[in-house]
Every structure is written in C-alpha cells, then in structure tokens.
Design a binder for this molecule. Sequence first.
Ligand SMILES: CC(C)(COP(=O)(O)OP(=O)(O)OC[C@H]1O[C@@H](n2cnc3c(N)ncnc32)[C@H](O)[C@@H]1OP(=O)(O)O)[C@@H](O)C(=O)NCCC(=O)NCCS
Length: 178
Amino acid sequence: MNEAESTPLVRTVASTQSEMTEIILPNDTNTLGNLLGGRLMHFIDLTGAMAAYRHSRTHVVTAAMDHIDFIRPVHLGDLLTLKSSVNRAFTTSMEVGVKVWAENTRTGTVAHVASAYLVFVAIDEHGRFIKVPALKPETPDEIRRYEDALRRRQHREAEYARRREAKLAATALEETKA
Ligand SMILES: CC(C)(COP(=O)(O)OP(=O)(O)OC[C@H]1O[C@@H](n2cnc3c(N)ncnc32)[C@H](O)[C@@H]1OP(=O)(O)O)[C@@H](O)C(=O)NCCC(=O)NCCS
C-alpha cells in the first residue's frame, strides 16, 4: 500500500495536536526586554504548521493569520509553550488554532499570553492544491471550535467580497475621471 492509499479520509483533532517550547533569549526581545510581536508570530506560524502537516501529511503554506490576540507581554528568560490543533478542515485548507502560555522560571507562574487562528493550504511539490482529510471533532470543546471555524471562514469570505467590490468601484471611478 502506498502513502496515498494509506491516508485516512477522516482524522481526529487529537492526531493533529502539536506543541513547542522556547526559552526567550535577548535576541527575541525589544528594548524593554519583552518578546517581539513578530518573533511570537513566527513561533505561532511554526506551531500552527505542525498541526496542519499532521493533518494533511503533505506540504502546507500559510494562507492567513487571521486573528491574533496579544494578551500580555512575555519577558526575557520566560519559557514559552505553544499548543496547536486543527479546528476544521475544508477542501484544501485547514483552520488551526494556536494557544500560547509563558512560564516565569523563578516563580513557576504560568499565564495565557496569546491566541491565534491561522489558515494553511495543502499543496504538492509542484504547488498544486491537495484535498485534505475531513476532521472529526469529538469533545464538546472540539465541536465548539469546529463550528466557530466555519463562522470565521464565512466572515473572511464576506470581507474579501466586500474589499473586491470596493476595489472594483474605486477602479471604475478612476476610469470615469480619466
Ligand atoms: C494561499 C494560496 C495558496 C491561495 O491561493 P489561491 O489561488 O488564492 O487559492 P484559491 O482561491 O483557489 O483557494 C484555495 C484554498 O485556499 C483558501 N484560501 C485562499 N486564500 C485564503 C486566505 N487569504 N485566507 C484563508 N483561506 C484562503 C480557500 O478558501 C481555499 O480553501 P478550500 O479549498 O478549503 O475551500 C496563495 O495565495 C499563496 O500561495 N499564497 C502565498 C502563501 C505563502 O507563501 N505563505 C507563506 C508566506 S507567510
């Protein structure tokens, strides 16, 4: 049996769960000694991609990092833990949720510092889109995230359509002025 034949059509959320831990070093911080937002987004992208790889078992690209909350700062020397899982699979894309905690290594205090939703698209080595397995949510939390992911996709699509319309209207207006 080759790899494609052995790929299941449905995966569980648990099979996509991924985790990464980093210690925050001086190169990761701003002039106040806090973790740079861009560096945190890089860690979020990597951890999100791990869940998407586990779900699709192929190459993935980040299509969107569509919502991110920076809840509190992360300090030099903190241990950063990021956890991700696929919330919902569509046709070739997957929405992944990433949650981030920081641990103060001296006090042991752990705080939730950020959450984000990302969309990854599965492609083959030639850049062609690949259909991904369906996702089966099992627990009440997984079912809630699965349903919320569809609502976020609908919002995203409505927003793209609105922007497309606005751009077309602006172009038409420019042409009438020319
Ligand atoms: C993401 C990308 C592959 C989408 O290509 P496209 O031709 O616009 O895609 P399509 O409109 O045919 O949609 C393909 C899938 O991607 C999803 N998608 C496309 N753009 C998206 C966006 N901005 N946000 C969320 N999902 C998106 C579509 O919903 C669709 O999903 P589905 O098959 O599950 O329904 C393309 O824009 C790309 O290659 N971008 C650069 C990716 C990259 O380099 N990322 C790393 C840099 S940070």
